[in-house]
Design a protein around this ligand. Sequence first.
Ligand code: NAD
Ligand code: UGA
Length: 463
Amino acid sequence: MKITKICCIGAGYVGGPTMAVIAQKCPHIQVTVVDLNKERIDAWNDTDTNNIPIYEPGLSTIVAEARGRNLFFSTNVEQAIDEAQIIFISVNTPTKTYGKGKGMAADLKYIELCARQIAKIAKDNKIVVEKSTLPVRTAEAIKSILDNTGNGVQFQILSNPEFLAEGTAVTDLLNPDRILIGGDESIEGQKAITSLVDVYSNWVSKDKILTTNVWSSELSKLTANAFLAQRISSINAMSELCEKTGANITEVADAIGMDSRIGSKFLKASVGFGGSCFQKDILNLVYIAKSYGLNEVADYWEQIIIMNDHQKKRFSNKIIQTLYNTVADKKITFLGWAFKKDTNDTRESAAIYVANDLISEQAKIAVYDPKVSLKKILADLDYLETRTSVENTNSLTSFDNPYEACKNAHAIAILTEWDEFKDYDWQKIYDSMQKPAFVFDGRNLLNSQQLKAIGFVYQAIGS
Ligand code: NAD
Ligand code: UGA
């Protein structure tokens, strides 16, 4: 089937950038991204593309090129579904906060709603693509809903998980390591796979497009995230041992990373991984393993999360201990709040947990992050429900200027690896702080020699 119309349900961190790149690379295809969230859609349609709701380097230029030509953002979900030949489902699949599987299983209510809506509206055959990260065998449930509640039309379900990382979404989408497409082994299933392969072939070479059965594709996504997160927890586990022994984690990472079997990527020790996916997806994997009675498998993967929680806690404890076992009424400045650089996303950021620990010890937190607003920061803290929002507001404030944020601080904690932090006038910051002036570098970002020469007491992760 020649594809000329695509729709994507969910205009978030995946749906927005992914569809923008498809639209840019396939001018002959009309791409409509829909969302229930009107505010988000309005922001995607802002005449100034610098105001689009998601910050990703290079994204606003692509949106400016394609929007209005063959890329559209709308809240009219029904019309978009009706017109499209391929429907991507790219809605959120957070960890369940209630009922069976609470705190572990993926919440699939948004996925089911999409399936029901597609079934209700579709009047001709459709290809439905799982773009969201889903537990293995979700396609079975989607198919059952579509076939049982639909209008007698044929649906093919494909799994096409997204591997982009935030902060590098555009380059990841333009030059993916691979595109994974899982489909049914029947003739109709294979035809659907070919239609989607043809879309990606507009800019991705065929040897990078891998086709599998649906279950392999669904499980490969969770597996990829579990393996990536495992590397971070492994290096972070070693960082604690380095601190006890005088070994240096950066040197250890360099030394093992040169082994081509290990490789050098994803070995940066840190305050702990954050983001909307690693924790959620590993917990989901643990839940799936448990539900099949595979307790050893579940325990094995759960340890990645336990290590990550420990690493965050260890960082806040280190700050408290080093500041003479009390941070009460001390000003502690956080440079960075986002879960990594080059994104405005803060979901599961380590900064939230570290701030929460320090506020419990009555510290006063000052935050500077180039892309995150105070409103978002306070919402993140409120979400933990440790204390009232009035108490959070009284304990944390943010600044538009990093030098103001650091003035009179007892300590600075680096929570995000924004490049600009390296270029600051650290002498000026030192002069404005309480003495002794401490820097806790949760990202091993700054030049330790330079900071120590200025007079800072500087502590990094794993050295
Ligand atoms: P997100 O929360 O940024 O976006 C999801 C959007 O879907 C929201 O704007 C929400 O309003 C919308 N939505 C929910 N239900 C809807 C419905 N019934 N109709 C219309 N719109 C609806 O989430 P995200 O970060 O884009 O993640 C989406 C999926 O992609 C998740 O499964 C995630 O695990 C996966 N994923 C995310 C990333 C990432 O880097 N963020 C990378 C790869 C995969
Ligand atoms: C991750 C994966 O890298 C993507 O391939 C995947 O598509 C995505 O999850 C997803 O499924 O959502 P993302 O979470 O956006 O992408 O960002 P990463 O670059 O993986 O970083 C995750 C966290 O790990 C960040 O807090 C980062 O600072 C931390 N990290 C990363 C380290 O602490 N050390 C490292 O060496 C690498």
